[in-house]
Design a protein around this ligand. Structure first.
Ligand code: TXA
Ligand code: MG
Length: 350
């Protein structure tokens, strides 16, 4: 399949939106920017389009898709019921990086929800996404536009790497702002449950909802006693090709430890990468040292994280050490993605 790549300019947005709507209405796939990561869009109410999404990503079909809408009126027909919590969250955070899980209406096909009785819905705020979704007037199913298992795409270049030749169209709206996927909150039962942390933090949700539980799979490895409510959380995601270990502890200790282990591996002829921060990058002696950003801004680290993980893949390192971060606020989202990237391999110092 030939994939058309269209770079959005001031002049071509309306025309591109008409073309994307045509692709979607005829069952095809178009990737587009959102404020979190790029999405791989198809008509979410068309089971065959959902099937094409799974095929293009190489994604297991039990891992459900998020429906993207432009207006609040589009929500009611997709779900069996809404309530005050839903409206309060929509009021506070939509359009924006929040996904809500609700009981699904009959018209939402099982192919889209991975066989579940619930559906995930979000209203993105990215200006290009909004114009596309408004023009199409459809609920667009869009997982992150990466091949299954690779870091989510934060630029059109990443989407081209993974999806060229596999989908109809890639809409290039530049680099995304946030860089980690939306926060997911499950409202299908009485107590709201955080299934995936993101830019909208647990504290922000609790301000609107009161108490919110956190699914154990957010911070612990899925296994015998941890069953994630979001099927996607059980797969090893965001994985760089090289093995990766997170190192936790006081900054000096972490740097010493990583330098010592790096020297050992280098003696065995291995190339070592370090995911550092602006504050520490000059202190490492690895083969490839990439800074995720400054510790003074967790938002900047979230923004850079997936790009850096992809960059490590290009540098042919055999092993990656990463610094770790405090899990409060937006740091929760960063640590959740890092733990998954590292397959929960953590060295705790002290
Ligand atoms: O920011 C985002 O949410 C991006 C952009 C493109 O909007 N999309 C995204 O989609 O991250 P995806 O498919 O990569 O991740 C969706 C996650 C998966 O972990 C999936 O298991 C979970 O949402 N999910 C979807 N529907 C669900 C449901 N009904 N119940 C529980 N989890 C669900
Ligand atoms: Mg994804």
């Amino acid at each position: 399949m030939k994939t058309r790549v269209i770079k959005i300019t001031q002049d071509n947005l309306a025309q591109t939106a008409r073309e994307a709507a045509e692709v979607w209405k005829s069952g095809g796939l178009a990737a587009f920017p959102t404020e979190t990561v790029y999405g791989l869009g198809g008509n979410g109410l068309d089971p065959e389009a959902s099937g094409r999404i799974y095929a293009a990503k190489g994604r297991p079909s039990d891992n459900p898709l998020i429906l993207h809408i432009a207006k609040l009126e589009q929500l009611a027909p997709l779900v069996r019921k809404t309530d005050d919590r839903v409206l309060a969250l929509a009021e506070a955070f939509w359009p924006g990086p929040l996904t809500m899980i609700l009981p699904k209406a009959d018209q939402v096909p099982c192919e889209t929800t991975g066989g579940l009785d619930t559906v995930a819905v979000r209203m993105p705020s990215h200006p290009v996404a909004r114009v596309l979704l408004e023009e199409a007037g459809l609920a667009i199913a869009a997982p992150s536009a990466n091949l299954s298992g690779r870091p989510s795409p934060t630029s059109a270049g990443h989407v081209i790497e993974d999806m060229d030749g596999r989908i109809d169209m890639i809409i290039d709206g530049g680099d995304v702002g946030i860089g980690v996927e939306s926060t997911i909150v499950d409202l299908s039962s009485e107590t709201p449950v955080l299934l995936r942390p993101g830019f909208i933090t647990l504290q922000m949700l609790e301000q609107v909802l009161g108490r919110v539980e956190t699914d154990a799979a957010v911070y612990r490895q899925v296994g015998k006693d941890v069953h994630p409510k979001a099927p996607g959380m059980k797969y090893r995601h965001y994985a760089p090709r090289a093995g990766m270990v997170l190192v936790e502890g006081a900054s000096d200790q972490v740097i010493d430890y990583i330098n010592r282990e790096t020297a050992k591996l280098q003696k065995q002829g291995k190339r070592v990468g370090v995911m550092a921060t602006d504050e520490s990058r000059a202190l490492y002696r690895a083969d490839v040292i990439l800074s995720a950003g400054s510790r003074t801004s967790m938002e900047s680290i979230a923004h850079n994280l997936f790009r850096i993980l992809r960059q490590f893949d290009e540098t042919q390192v055999d092993f990656i050490y990463s610094e770790s971060f405090d899990s409060d606020g937006c740091g929760f989202a960063v640590m959740n993605r890092l733990l998954k990237a590292a397959g929960h391999q953590v060295v705790k110092l002290s």
